[in-house]
Design a protein around this ligand. Structure first.
Ligand code: FPP
Length: 242
């Protein structure tokens, strides 16, 4: 739908643009499962399926970067069986090489510390993330064991370990984030009815447009993405200017 709707008006030139980078907090899996009398794990399975469909759709309509929040540094506080369920689900996708997405020329990338997944999985992650080196249409970042504050601290420490001294600049930090070299998200979507950022992409969303909806993530459809993009295209982005 949006390939046809790219002209119209949300930047200073009056040209309505597709967001280049969409970030999503995939919230509401647990409540989706509860409503159906299912274990929370079933909600995450349904959420992972929605993730695949939405990534494919984002690629179809010409989005260039998609970042999803799969597991935060704070999610370790959840019951062990739920933590394992989410990690096992991710491992399953990694074992299968995110098959459908890889076939669709979607380049998978991980943000966060994946070392907790062990050597075998990290070997597969290295293989997976080096696929489609120059031959991809969409970059899909999966934030796993990720925290926005931890990422900023990591960036500063990387600058220091390279011998940089004060003053450390914004460019220094940006170029040492996990998303280094990528455009910042233009649009951050949070389904699930909560209105917070939950330590997600704290640096990169400084000028993102936020879109919240009550729809639970497993129910999030192409239509919902279309709605979020339409709302984005109605926004007047000034980046601090007039
Ligand atoms: C938040 O919903 C969701 C998570 C903490 C996990 C998200 C993980 C997935 C969708 C699976 C990821 C898999 C791949 C392949 C990317 P919640 O459980 O907090 O929902 P609630 O607020 O309704 O309890």
């Amino acid at each position: 739908m949006f390939k046809k709707l790219m002209r119209g008006g949300n930047n200073e030139t009056g040209v309505q643009t597709l967001p280049k980078h969409i970030a999503i907090i995939m919230d509401g899996n647990g409540r989706w499962a509860k409503k159906r009398g299912l274990p929370r794990k079933a909600g995450h399975v349904a959420g992972a399926n929605t993730f695949s469909n939405i990534a494919t759709y984002c690629n179809e309509i010409g989005i260039k970067y998609l970042t999803v929040y799969a597991f935060s540094t704070e999610n370790w506080k959840r019951p062990t069986d739920e933590v394992h369920a989410i990690i096992d689900l991710l491992k399953e996708y990694i074992f299968k090489g995110f098959d459908r997405l890889s076939r669709d020329k979607i380049k998978i990338n991980f943000l966060g510390d994946t070392t907790v997944m062990g050597d075998e999985i990290n070997g597969l992650i290295t293989k997976l993330t080096s696929m489609h080196k120059d031959d991809y249409e969409l970059v899909c970042n999966i934030a796993f064991n990720y925290g926005g504050r931890a990422e900023i601290v990591h960036a500063v420490n990387s600058c220091l370990s390279e011998g940089k001294t004060a003053p450390i600049t914004e460019d220094d930090i940006s170029s040492h984030l996990y998303t280094s070299g990528q455009p910042e998200p233009d649009l951050l979507i949070r389904p699930g009815g909560e209105f917070r950022i939950s330590n997600f992409l704290m640096w990169q969303t400084a000028y993102a447009e936020f879109y919240f909806t009550d729809v639970l993530w497993p129910d999030f459809s192409k239509k919902e993405i279309d709605k979020a993009i339409a709302e984005f295209q109605r926004r007047n982005r000034r980046f601090g200017g007039l």
